[in-house]
Write a protein that binds this ligand. Structure first.
Ligand code: F6P
Length: 333
């Protein structure tokens, strides 16, 4: 398409979908997409259940009124899925035919790396442009300081840690608390630091189990209470139950419990931060798509909207903040 044509042509109808694990703030992002598109007189089709709904033709127009009164809710009104069928050539062909039948000319995909990968392959095969918005509680996406849903999930985990600390303290127990994050430790590090955990075990840190043992022995000598150990689900030493078993075998005189927080971290009202981020990025994604950009995702870095190619977002790994990690060690002394 020539630059001249790109300049004159504006899409008339775009799609929006949520894909992968849901995250608080996805609804705020859907609302921002629909209303930002309306601002440019562009219609929006809501695609249900991500790529799977595209394949099964589950899509219909979403108007500005239909996205009213959803900003405060967790989950996603469009529902979400991890589609195996979209990984097949036949699945993507069906998805393309359905988009064409519904006159959808481009898509805003709210999700994570898997979503960006699928959308990128789809563009290469069928030329359907797309822009990604980072929606996942894990915060594991390159190209944005924070992902939509992460702030809420950290606060949910923190609330649980605070409650567990009450009972841990009353009974002089040690709790291993497992938090989500897939193979990243963002939720663990921030909820652990904010919750005053005595130890935090992260997939990004080598030898953290040995450190835990050394710290525990030292704390015991100093008679310092030791009650909360936050374990990231992707921790390389194993899940919280396995680590607790190993720990128990060595320190059998202590009363040890395990609590896996699980999907509670995915639900609930999005925090103000997540709503603002979701609104900003939903708007930015529409602006990028209508400007003719594709195969990129939007993010916020140092308080500014940033655009990153899918390939960069997928191939780079975002690191945890080593300063916060060191701080957590200093403050748990
Ligand atoms: O990506 C979000 C996430 O909640 C991860 O933290 C977790 O590993 C995974 O999804 C759980 O997936 P599911 O809901 O399919 O069990």
């Amino acid at each position: 398409m020539s630059a001249f044509f790109l300049h004159l042509y504006q899409m008339k109808r775009i799609g929006v979908m949520t894909s992968g694990g849901d995250a608080p703030g996805m609804n705020a992002c859907i609302r921002a997409v629909v209303r930002s598109a309306a601002f440019h007189n562009v219609e929006v089709v809501g695609i249900r259940r991500g790529f799977q709904g595209m394949i099964e033709n589950e899509m219909s127009l979403l108007n500005v009124n239909e996205v009213g009164n959803i900003i405060q809710y967790g989950g996603t009104i469009l529902k979400s899925a991890r589609s195996k069928e979209f990984m097949t050539v036949e699945g993507r062909r069906k998805a393309y035919d359905n988009l064409v039948a519904n006159n959808v000319e481009g898509i805003v995909c709210i999700g994570g790396n898997g979503t960006y990968t699928g959308a990128g392959v789809f563009y290469n095969e069928y030329g359907i442009p797309s822009v990604g918005a980072p929606g996942t509680i894990d915060n594991d996406l390159y190209g944005t300081d924070f992902t939509i849903g992460y702030d809420t999930a950290v606060n949910t985990a923190l609330d649980a840690i605070d409650r567990i600390r009450d009972t841990a303290d009353s009974h002089n127990r040690i709790f291993f608390i497992e938090v989500m994050g897939r193979d990243s430790g963002f939720i663990a590090l921030n909820s652990g630091l904010a919750g005053g955990a005595e130890a935090i075990l992260l997939p990004e840190i080598m030898n953290d189990y040995d450190d835990l043992i050394a710290n525990f022995e030292d704390n015991t000598k100093r008679k310092k209470a030791f009650s909360i150990i936050v374990v990231a689900e992707g921790e390389t030493n194993g899940h919280a139950f396995e680590i607790a078993e190993k720990f128990k075998a060595r320190f059998s005189e202590f009363d040890i419990r395990v609590s896996v927080l699980g999907h509670i971290q995915r639900g609930g009202k999005p925090s103000a931060n997540d709503r603002v981020l979701a609104s900003t990025l939903g708007n930015a994604a529409v602006e990028q798509l209508l400007a003719g950009n594709t195969n990129v995702c939007v993010g916020v870095v140092n308080q500014e909207v940033k655009v990153t190619s899918y390939s960069d977002a997928i191939s780079n790994r975002k690191s945890i903040n080593p300063v916060l990690w060191n701080l957590s060690k200093i403050l748990s002394y």
